[in-house]
Design a protein around this ligand. Structure first.
Ligand SMILES: CC(C)(COP(=O)(O)OP(=O)(O)OC[C@H]1O[C@@H](n2cnc3c(N)ncnc32)[C@H](O)[C@@H]1OP(=O)(O)O)[C@@H](O)C(=O)NCCC(=O)NCCS
Length: 155
């Protein structure tokens, strides 16, 4: 696919429910080998979501092409919502899809009860996503969970 056509500002980016027809395509989305330390495989995330009361997850599409996956921990009784998993397939990275998907996620979270903060946690390593999240307005909180640095976006 032509990268110019695939840029996020030239296509409509949407967050879509995963169906019986699309689940295999979403599980085939992959990050680079060097990025596998930063995010679990989508099949594992979808399996975990199936057993969680609080998982909200969607496939990220550019027009009709699946390009990524996002999963939120949605506990409406708490003001902070937690971005649990997030990935853009390596073929579609650096084209603006990650930024657009987070914007759409923020729009969604703002519609949820009591939402004032979006949290995430990152592995702090070369090539990791910390700079990406900083670029989008997240800040390090100084706290760590399971050796991952917590980051927060005020909504
Ligand atoms: C992190 C990730 C989601 C970014 O997605 P993407 O579609 O490539 O990001 P975008 O093209 O929307 O980039 C948005 C901005 O962030 C910057 N950016 C992207 N990745 C970055 C990184 N790893 N470090 C610093 N800045 C980064 C881009 O240069 C761009 O800047 P600009 O708007 O000023 O030009 C993607 O690289 C990925 O899936 N990585 C592997 C999995 C991962 O780390 N997930 C997060 C788990 S917490």
């Amino acid at each position: 696919m032509n990268e110019t056509i695939m840029q996020s500002n030239r296509s409509e980016v949407t967050l879509r429910e995963i169906t019986q027809e699309t689940v295999r395509a979403i599980c085939k989305l992959l990050v680079l080998e060097s990025q596998k330390q930063f995010v679990a495989p989508n099949a594992l995330s979808i399996a975990e979501a199936y057993f969680s009361e609080h998982a909200w997850f969607r496939a990220i599409y550019s027009d009709e092409t699946p390009v990524g996956f996002v999963m939120l921990e949605d506990q409406p009784e708490k003001p902070e919502y937690y971005l649990w998993r997030f990935m853009i397939d390596s073929k579609y990275q650096k084209l603006g899809f990650g930024r657009r998907a987070i914007e759409l996620l923020v729009e969604h979270v703002k519609t949820r009860p009591n939402a004032t903060e979006l949290l995430t946690s990152v592995v702090q390593a070369e090539g990791g996503p910390e700079g990406f999240y900083k670029n989008l307005g997240f800040n390090l909180t100084g706290e760590y969970e399971e050796e991952e640095a917590m980051m927060k976006l005020i909504l």
